[in-house]
Structure formats: structure tokens, C-alpha cells
Design a protein around this ligand. Structure first.
Ligand SMILES: *Cc1c(COP(=O)(O)O)cnc(C)c1O
Length: 398
């Protein structure tokens, strides 16, 4: 096999394993009901929790800032890409999160890679090989990527299992630097990490704590301040990582914490140092999103009312919704082929719920994942429940 020939072999392999995929295309807005591949569907697959992606104030802020500053930032952040509007966003984020400082990256994935890589680096050569990084087994791919960029010894604890975390901590207790990383809300199950218990263990062993709150932001805590606020761990939890891409309706990742933390990252984090700053319009839209979180708390309330309604409906129909405690509600199917078939039939009926199989989740734990937003109407959710009932009966799941 020469040159690029392997591509065809790989693609054929995906097809024979039944995992060959194509990218779905949305025509028009990202909304509660939208047109996907030409088909009108109730959308239960977005991360647009508060419906901010299409909010008039975000659109306006983005247009106004683009008129004032232009389309692009023109440079990486540390050279000449940091505009006053980027700094304004970071100040607002820090205030919202109740911390000293924040630092914005172009995306959540960049924030995780840059921060984890930096926190486990050392200016003393060879030191970093003795550090220990401890990760929940269900952590997001971007955390795993970040961990791979370090020389630290890697440990994984069973999902949210504090006895297992304690076991690992005992094993690594002599490491000169220990860091524990967890998602705040797990993206495939919708369950909440026990940050209070993780904090207690971390304190005992002098470990650094980091939480990826991509799905807690805008969802948990006062006005959507996130999982750390939910557990009231302000000033105790070390590193709060969030995205501006999901509930905030736009794009970006950030780190919230102490001034020392963000100052250190400015010197160390490669995605901050070597990637161009957000377009000013993005920063402006994110600022508008933060204002809306404070000024329109009814969106947050509606999100939770919708989440409860859909969860209750699915449970009453006889589906197993796992351990979800948030607007992410999985419908557990088990069998991989059946989960894919379920999702396909739902789509034909006009509902978009993602079929999720191995390796994204463990074998035998295939599911259809649903995510509601504040923008869904009662009628849309009733329509979706009706279709879940029909397909569930057709496939013999309920
Ligand atoms: C989506 C997601 C990210 C990545 O955020 P982007 O801003 O989309 O790059 C990181 N962590 C988790 C848990 C996520 O769900």
C-alpha cells in the first residue's frame, strides 16, 4: 500500500463495521425545530441549552462589534490579537464565576489541552515525569488529549467512584504534584460529578482540582454559574474550565481561577500562545450571553421545566433514563444496532436524538441521547414523546 491508499482501506473498514458516518447538515437556524438534511425535526441533539445561539441580543452584539472592530483579530493573543473587548469578556467571566481572573481560549478543547499540559509541566527538567494525573473514566476526549500532552503518570478512577479515587490517591501520594480532573456534568449520561467529595479527598492529599464544566455552564448553579457554584465550592476548587460554545450560544473555552493561575497560563499554554484570538464579534456575543444569564433567569427556569417534563414523560413510557440529573437524558437501549436503528427511525418520524455506541460509551451501554433546551415548546416535547413511544413499541423496547 503506497501513499494515500490507506484512506480507502480505512473508509471501507468503517463501512464493514457499520460505523461509517456522514455529517448532518442544518439548513437555517439552530433551533428547537430545525431542518436537518432537508427533513424538519424536533431537535433533541444540540447543546444550545438556553437557546442563546439565535438570541437577538447575541446577533446584534456580534454585528455591532464586527462593524466597530472588523471581522478578525489579526494575531495570536500575546502578540497583538488581544483587543479591549477580549479583556472585557474575561473580566465579566471572572465576576460571573466569582473568581479573581479568567482566560479565554478559542475553544473548550483548546482550553483543556493548554491548561492540562501547563499544569503538569515543570521548569525543572525531568520533574514532570514524577507528577500524577488522575482522571474519571468517563471524562471528555479533550481532557484525554490534554493528559496525553503531559509526561505525568496517568491514572483513571472508576466513574464518580470515591473509594476508587481514594485508592489511586493513596497509590500516588508521594508524587510531587497531583492533579484530579473530572467533567462537572457527564455528556453521555447527564449525571453530576460529586465535586464536594472530590474536593475533600484532594485536600487530604494536596491534589490540584480541575473541573470541565462544558455541560454544567448555564445549567447548574445560580443563574447557570455551573457545577462549582452548585456545590458552593467557590475559593476551594482550583480550576474551573468552561465553554462559551454550548449554553453560552457562541464559541470559546475559558479557565476561571486565581490571578496566578491565568498569569501562569499566559506563559505556558500553547493554544493561547500560538493560536489567533477570537474574532471580536465572538467576544461581543459572549458578553451579551453573560448579560442574558443574569437578566433573563426565566430561560434557566424553562430549561429545567422542559428537562423535567421530558424525563418524566420518558420514564412514564417505561424507558430507562440512567442516572441523569440534568437536561441531558439518555434513553438506554443496550444493544448497539438497536440504538442506531432507534435513532434512525426517530429521525424518519421527525425527531433528532443521537444514537450513541461504543467506543463513545461502553459496549452494551448503547443509547439514544436527548438534550432539551429552554426554547422547546410543550407541543414539541409532546410530539417527541409520542414518537419515542411509537418507535419504542415498534422495536420492542417498551
Ligand atoms: C464540548 C465539550 C468540550 C469542548 O468544547 P468546545 O468549546 O466545543 O471545544 C470540552 N469538554 C466537554 C465535556 C465537552 O462536552
Amino acid at each position: 500500500m503506497a501513499g494515500m491508499d490507506f484512506l480507502q482501506v480505512e473508509l471501507d473498514g468503517y463501512k464493514s463495521r457499520g460505523i461509517y458516518n456522514y455529517v448532518k447538515v442544518v439548513s437555517g437556524e439552530q433551533s428547537a425545530t430545525c431542518v436537518v438534511n432537508g427533513q424538519k425535526v424536533v431537535n433533541l441533539s444540540s447543546n444550545n441549552y438556553l437557546g442563546l445561539a439565535t438570541h437577538p441580543k447575541l446577533r446584534e452584539a456580534m454585528i455591532d462589534a464586527t462593524k466597530k472592530y472588523g471581522a478578525g483579530a489579526g494575531s495570536v493573543r500575546p502578540i497583538i490579537g488581544t483587543m479591549d473587548i477580549h479583556v472585557e469578556l474575561e473580566k465579566k467571566l471572572a465576576a460571573f464565576k466569582n473568581v479573581e481572573s479568567s482566560l479565554v481560549f478559542v475553544a473548550g478543547i483548546a482550553a483543556n489541552r493548554g491548561t492540562i499540559q501547563s499544569m503538569l509541566a515543570s521548569s525543572k527538567k525531568g520533574d514532570d515525569a514524577n507528577f500524577a494525573v488522575i482522571s474519571d473514566e468517563l471524562n471528555h476526549a479533550s481532557i484525554i488529549d490534554g493528559v496525553r500532552l503531559t509526561k505525568a503518570k496517568r491514572y483513571i478512577y472508576k466513574h464518580s467512584d470515591m473509594a476508587d479515587l481514594a485508592r489511586v490517591l493513596e497509590e500516588v501520594k508521594d508524587a510531587p504534584r497531583i492533579m484530579i480532573i473530572t467533567d462537572g456534568v457527564f455528556s453521555m449520561d447527564g449525571d453530576i460529578a460529586p465535586l464536594d467529595k472530590i474536593y475533600e479527598l484532594a485536600k487530604k492529599y494536596g491534589a490540584i482540582t480541575m473541573c470541565d464544566d462544558a455541560h454544567g455552564e448555564g445549567v447548574l448553579g445560580k443563574n447557570g454559574r455551573g457545577t462549582i457554584d452548585h456545590f458552593n465550592l467557590h475559593g476551594k476548587w482550583d480550576i474551573d474550565m468552561g465553554t462559551l460554545s454550548k449554553a453560552m450560544g457562541c464559541l470559546g473555552g475559558y479557565i476561571a481561577g486565581t490571578k496566578n493561575l491565568t498569569e501562569y497560563l499566559i506563559h505556558q499554554a500553547r493554544p493561547f500562545l500560538f493560536s489567533t484570538a477570537h474574532p471580536p464579534g465572538v467576544a461581543a456575543a459572549c458578553i451579551a450571553a453573560l448579560d442574558i444569564l443574569e437578566s433573563e433567569p426565566e430561560r434557566h427556569e424553562k430549561l429545567w421545566a422542559n428537562a423535567k417534563f421530558l424525563k418524566k414523560g420518558l420514564t412514564e413510557l417505561g424507558f430507562d433514563t440512567g442516572n441523569s440529573a440534568t437536561p441531558i437524558t439518555p434513553v438506554m437501549i443496550g444493544d448497539e444496532a438497536k440504538a442506531i436503528q432507534f435513532s434512525k427511525k426517530l429521525f424518519e418520524e421527525g425527531v433528532l436524538g443521537l444514537g450513541i455506541v461504543f467506543p463513545t460509551v461502553a459496549r452494551g451501554k448503547a443509547r439514544v441521547r436527548t438534550i432539551v433546551t429552554a426554547n422547546h415548546t410543550q407541543a414539541e416535547l409532546e410530539f417527541a414523546l409520542d414518537k419515542f413511544k411509537k418507535v419504542g413499541k415498534d422495536l420492542g423496547i417498551i
